[in-house]
Write a protein that binds this ligand. Structure first.
Ligand code: PLP
Length: 462
């Protein structure tokens, strides 16, 4: 019954005539866009969702032109993050320090001493530089770095506990975005999960009773993206370490975010610190590079040398290894931690999290004043709350200031959509029918572009 609609579809050749060669767009791209447009129309006809009246040739040409433009735009583009969420996983987590970016670039466009000892002229592990720095900074006896913390977990479990049981408290069986679920990771690595305690309570005796000749590891996992509250109890790391030592079982501490400094002074309490975990005696500590550490995506494995050696000999090590750009960026990031003041000044994540509220307020007021000239836009500066993001500190709302915008000509959804589709794209929050701009995560040198983007979005929407 939709036959007559199918018959109305123009041919590829007919549509091609609408796009003169002089347009400068490669012929293949035009044909591909036309085919996609026709395929989309056919499926709309089949599903009965095609809008009436049937689109004119001119309308089809416009849609095809948009498809061509879309295909020419990279999927991964720089974005202005106006959400105030410092570690926004969908927006690439930690922006890197200039020194880290420069080091990555330098390693990328020339040859570099990735696996080469310039002193002896012989091959050397690509882990060498990161290992030395990490050991010096944290006091860990040894260290190795892989693609991310998920890889670090799989690798550690595979190398140290394949065919054995790993004891974990039930309250710590985390899932982190997508498909990273601890019980499944155990299965993949060939280890057997031995859950102890209940969702809210785990006692030392629970761990003690679970120990058997089958036990390969005791693992503690930081519940980074949730909290169990109320009548709860978990066994501290030091107690687990004492138990592990008594039975000769290594203790692995997955702390997730990898804070190198104490964040509690900046209103972020309760994040485990790498150094504390090592000094409590954890045999292995795991954490991410692009969360609170503020570096590139990476996963750290720190701890006992004999265990790290076993991890590095595992065949998966090769599959999870880092490339030269990331290693160079990591090196430059870690070097900033030699002096905490330097780290806070140069690492964007630390700078944003430690930004004093009065400073954020005055920046917001100044920016709001620049927006007041835009007709039909109501502008308010108000206190608000933001989250750190990236699965860090899920229940700690960071006090912040926002610029709340309301347009008299378009809805907040339309406004947000136009901002996302602008150039550069801007991502903001929506709350109570208003668009919220949080300057905490907007770099000062992006403010002019942000102003322009807001003006353009309103013009297009209005
Ligand atoms: C974030 C997180 C991971 C995963 O880290 P990625 O670097 O994203 O792979 C693993 N464990 C914990 C506790 C985490 O918080």
């Amino acid at each position: 019954m939709s036959e007559h609609l199918f018959r109305k579809l123009p041919s590829v050749t007919a549509l091609l005539e609408l796009f003169p060669v002089a347009d400068g767009c490669p012929h293949d791209h035009v044909v591909q866009a036309i085919r996609s447009e026709l395929a989309s129309l056919r499926s709309q006809i089949t599903q009965g969702t095609l809008a009436k009246p049937f689109p004119s040739l001119q309308e089809l040409a416009n849609s095809i032109r948009l498809r061509i433009q879309h295909a020419a735009t990279p999927a991964l583009r720089p974005v202005i993050n106006a959400t105030g969420i410092v570690l926004h996983t969908n927006l690439g987590r930690a922006p890197m320090a200039h020194a880290a970016v420069a080091a990555a670039l330098e390693s990328a466009h020339q040859y570099c001493s990735l696996e080469y000892d310039l002193y002896t002229g012989k091959r050397r592990s690509r882990q060498h530089g990161a290992r030395e720095l990490l050991c010096r900074l944290t006091g860990a006896p040894s260290a190795t770095v892989v693609n991310n913390c998920a890889a670090a977990t799989v690798l550690t479990l595979s190398a140290l506990a394949s065919g054995c049981e790993v004891i974990v408290s039930r309250g710590q069986l985390i899932e982190i975005g997508g498909s990273f679920r601890l019980p499944e990771i155990m299965t993949v690595s060939g280890a057997r999960l031995r859950e102890v305690g209940t969702t809210n309570i785990a006692r030392l005796q629970d761990y003690e009773r679970a120990i058997s000749p089958e036990t390969g590891l005791i693992m503690r996992v930081h519940p980074s993206n949730y909290r169990v509250r109320g009548f709860t109890r978990e066994v501290g790391l030091a107690e687990l370490v004492t138990l592990g030592r008594k039975h000769g079982i290594p203790v692995v501490d997955d702390i997730g975010s990898g804070a190198m400094l104490d964040f509690s002074a900046w209103g972020c309490p309760g994040e485990p610190i790498v150094h504390d975990s090592l000094s409590a005696g954890a045999d292995i500590v795991l954490f991410s590079g692009d969360k609170l550490l503020g570096g590139p995506q990476a996963g750290f494995i720190l701890g006992r040398k004999d265990l790290i050696d076993r991890v590095e000999k595992h065949p998966l090590m090769r599959a999870f290894r880092l490339d030269k750009m990331v290693l160079a960026a990591l090196d430059a990031t870690l070097r900033l931690y030699a002096d905490p003041a330097l780290a806070c000044e140069h690492l964007p994540v630390l700078k944003m999290l430690s930004l004093p509220l009065p400073e954020l307020e005055s920046r917001s007021l100044a920016f709001a004043n620049r927006l007041r000239d835009i007709p039909g836009l109501q502008v308010d500066v108000q206190p608000s709350k933001a989250y750190v993001g990236g699965g860090s500190l899920p229940d700690v709302a960071l006090p912040t200031w926002v610029i709340a915008l309301e347009s008299s000509t378009c809805s907040e959804e339309e406004f947000a959509m136009q901002l996302r589709q602008g150039s550069p794209p801007v991502v903001a929050r929506i709350q109570h029918q208003r668009l919220l701009i949080d300057l905490r995560t907007v770099f000062p040198d992006q403010q002019d572009s942000l102003l322009q983007a807001i003006q353009t979005a309103l013009t297009v929407a209005g």
